[in-house]
Design a protein around this ligand. Structure first.
Ligand code: SF4
Ligand code: SF4
Length: 55
């Protein structure tokens, strides 16, 4: 199951730099490409607002 980013996102960028498949895109709320996400969970561990959850 891929991850998704919720409205809790504060656009800090922490998840972007750690994603091994580079499937996170910048925005007012960051976006995960579910086709490329391998559900490793690294991004969720880095997120300060717990905005990244199972999709
Ligand atoms: S779960 Fe892993 S692959 Fe998916 S967006 Fe997060 S860091 Fe990237
Ligand atoms: S780490 Fe969390 S708050 Fe920061 S950009 Fe990613 S989803 Fe948004």
């Amino acid at each position: 199951m891929p991850k998704k980013i919720t409205e809790e996102c504060i656009a800090c960028g922490s998840c972007l730099s750690v994603c091994p498949t580079e499937c996170i895109s910048e925005g007012d709320i960051y976006i995960i490409d579910s086709e490329q996400c391998i559900d490793c969970g690294v991004c969720a561990d880095e997120c300060p607002t717990e905005a990244i959850v199972d999709a």
